[in-house]
Ligand binder design. Structure first.
Ligand code: 6CS
Ligand code: FE
Length: 311
């Protein structure tokens, strides 16, 4: 129920641009349309993934790898997360996002730029080789972040398609991106693991509601615009179910940019701290945001340096 003081954003664009292949947030009608882009852009033999792994990813929109990072690599990242968390200047920076309803650190963005350890992680040869094969060539980092999801008070990330936001608010034209979620603590069934609707990446769910100015200031704490309506979400779950790729520290889940996903709050004492690296193809760099607003800051969406990583 909206109250009088709720700000209602009026659409900056009254209708989608001619180059907008995935219009969203333009009206009050929800639309579920078919994906227009390939899921896998490379081929077997062009990287470490087998034909059956590529087929699984095409159908399900995610791939999970246990023990992809060594214990030493995990420990170096955990030490870095603790250092960042203890640095008051980091917590006061624009790149830091505080949990709604507490002073807990929720996320830090652009960690591949602020941390030498995480810059190296973003260039990890095994991670980059998988991203290059899935995206069919050179890749750069569109976004990186640490989601701390601390014990007791780590809040949820409501269901969403990342691509819907990265298309509408960052101007990414096509579904040629992949997120890599790196578990630095055990992701168990109980401490708010990533939940995925496997197969949902094959459909584009347009959302209702116009994008507010500087939406990221709210959406990174709690996203209310650019999320699917209950009916669409129920339909996706009825058709595809829900899966939660759990794993120990050092495990990695690659998930397609348009797969519907979310995660619940963490009320256990066990932190669920993951690093997320978002790889984009250098053939898919951002254009003007499709919502018609000014682009989001560079620490959320890279718009300046598309130098390929890890060639
Ligand atoms: O807006 C974004 O880019 C961020 N929002 C979510 C909920 N997932 C992707 C990304 O971190
Ligand atoms: Fe997300």
């Amino acid at each position: 129920m909206m109250s009088m003081n709720d700000t209602v954003a009026t659409p900056v664009l009254q209708r989608p641009r001619a180059d907008d292949r995935y219009p969203s947030r333009f009206g009050s009608e929800v639309l579920i349309s078919r994906r227009l882009d390939p899921v896998v852009w490379g081929r077997s033999g062009q990287g470490p993934l087998s034909e059956s792994q590529l087929m699984y990813y095409t159908d399900h929109g995610h791939l999970h790898f246990d023990d992809l990072l060594s214990a030493d690599e995990v420990q170096a990242c955990l030490d870095e997360l603790a250092r960042l968390r203890a640095d008051t200047a980091v917590k006061a920076a624009d790149e830091a996002v505080i949990e709604p309803g507490s002073r807990e650190l929720r996320s830090i963005f652009a960690v591949h730029r602020s941390s030498e350890v995480l810059r190296r992680l973003a260039r990890h040869p095994r991670l980059v080789a998988i991203a290059r094969q899935l995206l069919g060539g050179d890749v750069y980092i569109h976004q990186s972040r640490v989601n701390y999801k601390g014990g007791f008070r780590g809040k949820e990330f409501y269901w969403h398609s990342d691509f819907e936001t990265w298309h509408v608010e960052d101007g990414i034209p096509a579904m040629r991106m992949v997120s890599c979620s790196i578990a630095l603590t055990a992701n168990t069934p109980y401490n708010g693991p990533l939940m995925i609707i496997p197969g949902s990446h094959q459909r584009f769910v347009s959302c209702v509601g116009a994008t507010p100015d500087n939406h990221y200031r709210e959406s990174l704490r709690q996203q209310d615009i650019g999320v699917p309506d209950d009916v669409s979400l129920s339909q996706l779950v009825e058709d595809f179910g829900i899966t939660a790729p759990i794993g120990l520290a050092g495990s990695v889940t690659f998930f397609e940019c348009n797969v519907m996903h979310g995660s619940s709050s963490n009320i256990t004492p066990l932190p669920r701290s993951n690093v997320f690296l978002v790889f984009n193809s250098v053939e898919n760099t951002p254009v003007d945001p499709f919502c018609g607003l000014a682009p989001r800051p560079n620490f959320i969406a890279e718009r300046e340096d598309f130098t390929p990583v890890g060639r």
